[in-house]
Every structure is written in structure tokens, then in C-alpha cells.
Design a protein around this ligand. Structure first.
Ligand code: PLP
Length: 403
């Protein structure tokens, strides 16, 4: 009997689960393919098209034959645009040698865990946390350690909670502000307390700032790297063009930080992915140089939708929704619906509720459990106002059917 292929897969795969957000989008897509009218809010993707002038740069690059391998860690023009961006937006000076461009920030993060995590090293993840962090850590033989953030504290990382999980094996702290899925932004005074802990315990920080620009507060989102040079020396900033410029499919993300880490990432990337797409790099350089010109109109829209969706959720009995400060997700508390049932079938968990919403309301939202909260669900409001209005109507009608 030949050995079954599934038994021949590497054992590290047993640690992984497919991304729950992508899983839900694919279920929604299947239903749509069958002609069922599903409204899908499970993905983390702007509904806007990439602005035309950015696309134009890609067309120009293609026409000019810019179609060959490039430097592994990114073309000089893109690195220069990124360097200028850090200086302009955050007053941070990086040499192009301290910047690595990869195939999206997800790839950037994976490479960072590759070069930083030894077996058993602990990576601290304030939770709720983006679903890919723990799996990427596990795939690199690290141990993800969640630091619970309380809803009644706006889901912000509490310095005391961070201290309480520290062990001699704690190595990397991941900050994600504004946060996916909660939208929480860590304010400066709290960041300073977190910074003290980082320095005292010799932690490294990965500051995932991919939602930096999707910020509804009056002040720019503070970055731990800007607090003082000692923090700058222990922090890698991760960012990208996906969310800010509606460029999810172009796959350009980047990291900037201590040279040793950047050189290690370059080495890993040179043996795995090589350079990110040459044409996308040209378009990304143009996008980053454009600053906020294309982005601001999108932000105005996101804010309107956020306000509207929060109000609509709060109008559904059993659901509570706080207004997020950033990103384009709401994370309503649905615990008031979890002891109910539909046609005699009990709804015990947010997974049951997500199924119910998909089957009965034809609305796809992601259960909060894989993000670290079994009482919440995530909806991305990077979707048209019309589809949001229809979804809220359907959700309200569906909830009214619960016994
Ligand atoms: C918190 C966070 N970080 C990183 C990413 C990765 O973005 P990309 O790989 O498209 O650059 C995402 C995308 O959903 C995200 O939500």
C-alpha cells in the first residue's frame, strides 16, 4: 500500500488552520456562484478601485519593459519614496538599506517571524489580534502568547496586562494600532508605559502600522518607534499600500528597522520569493509619493460608513457596537444573541451565529473567536453604503426571528 499523500505532509502543517476570514469569503463566493445574493463583509479590503493615476504608472512601467528581476529588497525609487514617507509622516530617518519591500505586509510579517523567532520564543500578541499573527508565529516554531485587552478599556493594550504575561522566553511584542479587528488606537501616554516595559525586558517590537492612515481621531496615530532612539533601535515598522491606496492585489508591503534584521530578511527573501513584482513596485512608489491626495476622499467615506454602521448595529436588540477609532472594521458585541435559537436550533457560539447570518440573512461576517473574542463578530465596512444598508436591514430582520 503506498503511503497516503496526506501522511507525507510536513508535520508543521498540523499547527496551521486556513485563514478564517478567507474561509468565510470563499463560502460567500460559493453561494454567490450558485446565484444566491450574499452580501460579503468578511474581507479586509477597500471596495474602492486603485486610483487611476497609480494604475497609469504601472501601465507606463509595463510599456517601458520594466519586467525583469529587480533588487531583492526593492527598487531604489520605491525605497526612496518609503524613506521620504517615514520622514514626512513620522519624522523617522531610515537609510534605504534599512528598508525591505516584500509581497504585501503579510509576507513582510512572515519573514520577520522567520528571522526573529527561535523554537520556544514567545511572541506577545495583544488580543483581539489579526488572525494571521498566531499562525505565522507557530509556523516559525514560536509560541504565540495572547495579552487580553478589555472591551471596557476600548480594547487598548493595558501595560499591566502586558507585564503579567512576561516570562524569560518573551522576545517580540506585536503592536497593531489601529487594530484589526477592533479599530483601537494606542494613545501616546499608554504607549510610553508600554515602551518602558519593552526597554526593561529587552523586547523587540513589530509595529504593524498598515491601518495608520485610516484614523478618525484628530491626531496622527503615534508609533512606538518615534518615542525615543532606544525604542527606534528595537522596533521594526511594518506598513504597505494595500489598505491606504486600495491596492490589495498589487502585493506590496514593507518593513523598516534595525539593519541586522533587515539584512536577515533580505537573505531569506533572496532564497524564497526574490523581488516583489517589478511593475507593482513602480505603482507603489507613485502611490506613496502621492501622500494623502487619493486617500483622503476614501477616508471621508469610511468615516460616514463607520458612523452609520455603528448606529445601525446599536439599533438591533442584543447587539452593542462601540465606534472604532481607526481601520475599517466594526467589532460588535453579539453576546446578547448567543443564548437564543432559530427554529429550535440553539445558537451557542459566534460560529453558530455567523452560520445563521449567512444562511438566513445572506450576510457574511467573521466570528470573533479566531481574533481572540468569542463574544464579537467582525464586519468590514469598506463596502458600498447601499450594500451596508441592505445588510443591516437583513440582519435586523434575521435577529427578529430568533427565539
Ligand atoms: C493587521 C494587518 N496586518 C497586515 C495585513 C496584510 O496586508 P497586505 O499583505 O495586503 O499588505 C493585514 C491585512 O488584512 C492586516 O489586517
Amino acid at each position: 500500500m503506498p503511503r497516503p499523500i496526506k501522511d507525507m505532509l510536513a508535520s508543521r502543517l498540523s499547527l496551521l488552520k486556513p485563514s478564517p476570514t478567507l474561509l468565510l469569503s470563499s463560502r460567500a463566493r460559493e453561494l454567490k456562484a450558485k446565484g444566491i445574493d450574499v452580501l460579503d463583509f468578511s474581507g479586509g479590503e477597500p471596495d474602492f478601485d486603485t486610483p487611476a493615476p497609480i494604475k497609469e504608472e504601472a501601465v507606463k512601467a509595463l510599456a517601458a519593459g520594466f519586467t525583469k528581476y529587480t533588487a531583492v529588497s526593492g527598487i531604489p525609487d520605491l525605497k526612496e519614496a518609503i524613506r521620504e514617507k517615514f520622514l514626512r509622516d513620522q519624522g523617522l530617518e531610515f537609510s534605504p538599506r534599512d528598508i525591505v519591500v516584500s509581497n504585501g505586509a503579510k509576507h513582510t510579517l512572515f519573514e520577520l517571524f522567520q528571522v526573529l523567532v527561535n523554537p520556544g520564543d514567545q511572541v506577545l500578541l495583544p488580543a483581539p489580534a489579526w488572525v494571521s499573527y498566531p499562525d505565522q508565529v507557530l509556523l516559525n516554531q514560536g509560541e504565540p502568547v495572547f495579552v487580553p485587552c478589555r472591551e471596557d478599556d476600548g480594547f487598548r493594550l493595558d501595560p499591566d496586562a502586558l507585564t503579567s504575561v512576561l516570562t524569560p522566553r518573551s522576545k517580540v511584542l506585536v503592536l497593531n494600532s489601529p487594530n484589526n479587528p477592533t479599530g483601537a488606537i494606542i494613545d501616546r501616554s499608554r504607549l510610553e508605559k508600554i515602551a518602558d516595559i519593552v526597554l526593561k525586558h529587552n523586547l523587540l517590537v513589530i509595529s504593524d502600522e498598515i491601518y495608520e492612515k485610516i484614523n478618525y481621531t484628530a491626531a496622527p496615530v503615534p508609533s512606538i518607534a518615534t518615542l525615543d532612539p532606544a525604542l527606534r533601535a528595537r522596533t521594526v515598522i511594518v506598513n504597505g499600500v494595500s489598505k491606504t491606496y486600495a491596492m490589495t492585489g498589487w502585493r506590496i508591503g514593507y518593513a523598516a528597522g534595525p539593519r541586522e534584521i533587515m539584512e536577515a530578511m533580505d537573505t531569506v527573501q533572496s532564497q524564497t520569493a526574490s523581488n516583489p513584482n517589478s511593475i507593482a513596485q513602480k505603482a507603489a512608489a507613485y502611490a506613496i509619493r502621492s501622500g494623502e491626495a487619493y486617500f483622503l476622499p476614501m477616508l471621508v467615506e469610511y468615516r460616514k460608513r463607520r458612523d452609520w454602521v455603528v448606529e445601525a448595529f446599536n439599533g438591533i436588540p442584543g447587539i452593542r457596537c462601540a465606534p472604532p477609532e481607526g481601520a475599517f472594521y466594526v467589532f460588535p458585541n453579539v453576546s446578547g444573541l448567543l443564548s437564543r435559537s432559530y427554529k429550535g436550533v440553539p445558537i451557542h457560539t459566534v460560529y453558530d451565529l455567523a452560520e445563521f447570518f449567512l444562511d438566513v440573512a445572506r450576510v457574511a461576517m467573521v466570528p470573533g473567536t479566531p481574533f481572540g473574542s468569542p463574544l464579537h463578530m467582525r464586519l468590514s465596512y469598506a463596502a458600498s453604503q447601499g450594500s451596508l444598508a441592505e445588510a443591516m436591514k437583513r440582519l435586523k430582520e434575521a435577529v427578529a426571528l430568533l427565539e
